[in-house]
Write a protein that binds this ligand. Structure first.
Ligand SMILES: *[C@@H]1O[C@H](CO)[C@@H](O)[C@H](O)[C@H]1NC(C)=O
Ligand SMILES: *[C@@H]1O[C@H](CO)[C@@H](O)[C@H](O)[C@H]1NC(C)=O
Ligand SMILES: *[C@@H]1O[C@H](CO)[C@@H](O)[C@H](O)[C@H]1NC(C)=O
Ligand SMILES: *[C@@H]1O[C@H](CO)[C@@H](O)[C@H](O)[C@H]1NC(C)=O
Length: 443
């Protein structure tokens, strides 16, 4: 891609944009028309060709491979809601882009009865919060960042599947006591579908662009870290993914779709059981191979948390473990699934070794090197998203894996270097490769 001319154009656009933004911030409650719409930078949809992400490069008919270096910031929508915290959204995008990253994963859900819930009861939305999500999307686009938007949580934070089950109970539906009825109860499945439909068919109030037509969305993610322990050997989760993936595709065939798995191998994939972090991991009702193989799932997602999965192991054992974990999944993507594999969360707490580098840097470098090696061979290791980045003064959104990148120069450097490496590989255009399924390539 011709970076120079693109950047000049971009800054030109940015100038006009900033002016409009200033007007917008001051007057937006009074404006009736979509201010951002006219000045949005052009972006292309990401597609998939076998084990690689591809994206249209420049104005010609070529597509190039696209390897991802990116990050998680789950908190973007929540911070879009108040005038005092809104700047964090733009600032995080600006810093991410400044580190050469191209993809950010974030929550497009908040279910429950809190003041900042997006879905306050099944199919009922708080428009103020929806506008916050609109804002996240236009800010991402302004910085040429593409978003992976996750649609519900398996965990309780921001409502999650337990909230859906609660709603069903409150409506007098006979649901089993387990929160896993989320995956099997027809009424709850319909709640989820209605939610997905509202999101995917939303028209952005700031840009006028429908979410389903928005190139700043990299992909939809069905659910963050699904587990269905109550049905660990039955195909409850498998059936749910099949049904919901088909449903999302029926609404939006332009965007990629992934599951949101942690990547554990299930009870039936016994040959891989030693790759799991422990015996426990096989009975969570998920299976990396079967779940990711579902036809409408475009790429596989995997998480990696050696510190919480094998807490008692020493650093060397963790490095070793991580290496096998990544190799196994990349090989599955390459040989079995024939789909890209995105490590959509990698997290490690900062721990200093005496007189040595930080644990996190050692593990992060390992993860980055694996992706780089795979990308050099044009294999299925398609990228990593670090969990998670914050800005200064945001401890309330933190966990032990969160960091303000520039407060950790050695980690910051690794991130920037990884961006440089994978972007260099991505920019080696292969001529006239047609963008699969997207129809964006000229014939
Ligand atoms: C609720 O469902 C369970 C299991 O499907 C069934 O055994 C039970 O009779 C149902 N209860 C009512 C009140 O319908
Ligand atoms: C379902 O989730 C709720 C909310 O976390 C929890 O209080 C409840 O115990 C869970 N139910 C079961 C059966 O695990
Ligand atoms: C980019 O990749 C090419 C081809 O692999 C290599 O020769 C070059 O050194 C790389 N450039 C940078 C800055 O890494
Ligand atoms: C996918 O990539 C292969 C190998 O580079 C290329 O030959 C093929 O034309 C591409 N397929 C599509 C549909 O773009």
């Amino acid at each position: 891609m011709n970076l120079c001319s693109k950047h000049i154009k971009f800054y030109h656009v940015l100038g006009i944009f900033s002016l409009v933004s200033i007007l917008y911030y001051n007057f937006h409650d009074h404006l009736q028309f979509p201010v951002y719409y006219i000045w949005q930078p052009k972006m292309s949809f990401v597609g998939v060709n076998s084990t690689r992400f591809v994206i249209k490069a420049g104005s010609n008919s070529c597509v190039q491979d696209f390897y991802v270096n990116g990050w998680n910031s789950y908190w973007l929508m929540q911070n879009s809601l108040s005038g005092r915290s809104k700047w964090r959204v733009s600032e995080m995008m600006r810093r991410g882009a400044g580190m050469g990253m191209s993809v950010c994963r974030t929550w497009a859900f908040s279910d429950g009865d809190g003041p900042n819930a997006l879905q306050v009861s099944p199919g009922v939305f708080n428009e103020r919060v929806f506008k916050g999500l609109d804002y996240v999307i236009v800010e991402a686009r302004r910085h040429r960042i593409q978003l992976i938007l996750s649609l519900v949580n398996n965990l309780n934070a921001f409502g999650g599947k337990a909230q859906y089950v609660r709603w069903a109970k409150e409506a007098g539906i006979n649901v089993s006591s387990s929160n896993d009825s989320f995956f099997s109860n027809t009424v709850i499945k319909n709640y989820y579908k209605a939610y997905v439909k509202a999101i995917v068919t939303r028209r952005n109030s700031l840009s006028g662009v429908k979410y389903s037509e928005e190139p700043a969305i990299f992909a939809w993610e069905l659910i963050n870290e699904p587990r269905c322990e109550s049905s660990s050997s039955a195909p409850a989760l498998e059936n749910w993914i099949t049904e919901m993936a088909a449903y999302v595709k029926s609404l939006d065939n332009k965007h990629l779709l992934t599951v949101g798995l942690e990547g554990f191998y299930g009870l039936k994939t016994t040959e891989k059981s030693t790759v799991n972090p422990g015996k426990w991991a096989a009975s969570l009702g998920s299976d990396f191979i079967q779940n990711s193989a579902i036809e409408n799932i475009d790429f596989a997602s995997v998480h990696a948390y050696p510190h919480s999965w094998i807490p008692l192991s020493d650093l060397n054992a963790k490095v070793d473990y991580l290496s096998h974990w990544m190799d196994a999944h990349i090989r599955d993507g390459q040989d079995v699934l024939k789909k890209p594999v995105l490590f959509s969360e990698f997290g490690s707490p900062l721990r200093k070794k005496l007189d040595g580098p930080y644990d996190r840097d050692i593990l992060l470098k390992q993860v980055y090197d694996k992706i780089y090696e795979s990308a050099k061979r044009r294999e299925a290791g398609a990228g990593v998203l670090i969990w998670q980045l914050l800005l200064e003064g945001m401890q309330q959104y933190g966990d032990e894996y969160s960091l303000v990148a520039r407060e950790h120069p050695s980690t910051y450097k690794l991130i920037v270097e990884q961006s440089r490496r994978v972007n260099n590989i991505s920019s080696q255009v292969e001529t006239n490769r047609k963008l699969h399924r997207m129809g964006h390539c000229l014939a």
